[in-house]
Design a protein around this ligand. Structure first.
Ligand SMILES: [Ca+2]
Ligand SMILES: [Ca+2]
Length: 491
């Protein structure tokens, strides 16, 4: 066997070092030391320190904090009405009986200053005209609401017997009324001026602003103190779009029951729902865990429904900013005896502008498992691909695909956000020239590509095509810092 030169030995060590760095940062040092060749020249030392710098920076990048998947169990933190983390300026209302004495800034749970609560100017009824509004400044998951009446140091008499919730988040063109799984909108409130009542929300709410409308069957004077319980929505998902799930037999509704966007043909668009609510289905999709109906947690698609005939299930995610993706995790049913299996193949496409996903997709294949029928998390590594939009194509192995949750391991893509109008213009016109080539070659390239060999090779083509898409009139993303960063990377 050929004797290794010192440079070759270093490179081998670096490869080993990097691999270990990827898998476990605490184990790599002994391995490196054990196979280290003797250091005997200055040049060797110089090379070593240079490579060490490269590896260290690589390790730092790899070990940068990544977003962990959303966990519904830990999403139960008071968001700051009681603690004053939510400022007075974030709390507004339709009116107040007396702005200073019982204004919206006094609607804080367990606080009793001035009048001791928020009281609207008018009596409330079932007309829902008076509301308290809290601006959380960024999208949060809201899992519960706590309310109290006006104790007013023992002088208060008013409380809110029932209420209705509305919410808003970026991307909505109107406020959305919350309703529970049974379609009921009215939540029970208080029965006296001091006891605290909590309503856990099912479904949970993704919102940056929330309104509470005191409700009364008859005209009634009310006051209110509240706390909002939940957590920040760190996954950065603005919305996803999916084909509508279908009915299976008479009793199994495999739709996205909590989706809060719009219908567009045979798809749901611009909303969030069960795919990202942190709740997973059981192995047997017929299990009724919470009494919401059999199969409730699952969303299912059948390969012979119109629109899916011969096509994959296509899911598109929009994120709040350009992100760097490590992986996507799909919780999938595999009850093969009932014609449900993990998708046999997946393609993941990326886009900056959201109109063109023309780059080389990350490809993934799944060996059919007809031995174990448990539901499972299937992880697809995304090799630090970058995008603001991500499109997933899932190909049927058998008649049914069922998913109950999708999560991402990603971080916002960081970069040098400078204003580069001229570069943007040049890149866009260059992209226009190359777009047609890229698109016409896509099928051929995908066809020739070995399965599982997806990666970052298609990044440039994808980027050019996306830039071209934006130059075609979608000005929404044209002037954003991410767009400029992205074009800068193309240069
Ligand atoms: Ca779910
Ligand atoms: Ca469902």
């Amino acid at each position: 066997m050929k004797h290794l030169s010192s440079s070759e030995a270093i490179i081998i060590n670096i490869i080993m070092f990097s691999r270990q760095c990827l898998s476990n940062t605490t184990r790599f040092i002994p391995t490196f030391a054990a196979s280290r060749p003797p250091i005997h020249t200055l040049r060797w030392r110089w090379e070593l320190s240079l490579w060490a710098m490269v590896i260290t920076s690589g390790c730092l990048m790899l070990n940068a904090p990544t977003t962990t998947a959303f966990d519904i169990v830990t999403c139960n933190v008071p968001l700051g009405m009681e603690s004053l983390v939510i400022t007075d300026a974030q709390i507004t209302a339709s009116s107040a009986h007396d702005m200073g004495f019982v204004g919206p800034q006094h609607a804080r749970l367990k606080n009793d200053n001035n009048g001791g609560a928020w009281c609207p100017k008018h009596m409330v009824s079932n007309a829902l005209k008076e509301y308290l509004q809290v601006d959380l400044l960024q999208t949060h998951v809201i899992t519960a609401i706590r309310t109290q009446g006006r104790f007013g140091k023992g002088q208060g008499q008013e409380y809110t017997e029932a209420y209705v919730l509305e919410y808003w988040r970026p991307g909505f063109d109107k406020w959305q009324r919350w309703k529970n799984i049974q379609g009921k909108e009215i939540l029970p409130g208080n029965i006296n001026t001091y006891s605290e009542v909590e309503n856990a929300l099912q479904p949970i709410i993704f919102a940056s602003k929330i309104r509470i409308y005191p409700y009364g069957q008859y005209d009634r004077t009310v006051c209110l103190r509240i706390e909002i319980v939940g957590c920040p929505w760190d996954e950065g998902i603005v919305s996803y779009s999916i084909p509508k799930g279908v009915q299976r037999g008479m009793e199994l509704d495999l739709s996205d029951k909590t989706y809060d966007g719009n219908e567009q043909g045979d798809r749901y668009v611009d909303g969030l729902g069960q795919l990202v609510d942190g709740q997973k289905g059981k192995d047997n999709f017929r299990t009724d865990i919470h009494g919401f109906g059999k199969g409730y947690e699952w969303i299912g698609w059948r390969n012979d429904t119109p629109g899916l005939l011969g096509n994959p299930v296509e899911i598109v995610f929009e994120f709040d900013t350009v992100r760097n993706f490590s992986a996507i995790v799909l919780h999938t049913n595999n009850m093969f005896t009932k014609d449900v299996q993990v998708f046999v193949h997946a393609k993941v496409f990326f886009s900056i502008g959201g109109r063109y996903f023309s780059g080389e997709p990350v490809q993934f294949s799944y060996m059919p498992d007809t031995i174990m029928d448990h539901a499972r998390d299937v992880t697809i590594k995304l090799h630090h691909r970058v995008g603001k939009y991500l499109k997933i194509n899932l190909f049927f192995a058998v008649k049914w695909i069922m998913l109950s949750e999708i999560s991402f391991i990603s971080v916002p893509a960081l970069g040098n956000f400078t204003d580069e109008q001229d570069q943007r213009r040049n890149s866009a016109s260059q992209a226009q020239d190359t777009r047609d080539d890229i698109r016409s070659n896509e099928f051929q390239r995908n066809k020739n590509k070995p399965i599982g060999a997806g990666g970052s090779a298609g990044g440039l083509g994808e980027g050019l095509a996306s830039a071209a898409g934006d130059s075609g009139g979608n000005s929404k993303y044209k002037n954003g810092p991410q767009y400029r960063l992205f074009l800068r990377r193309l240069m």
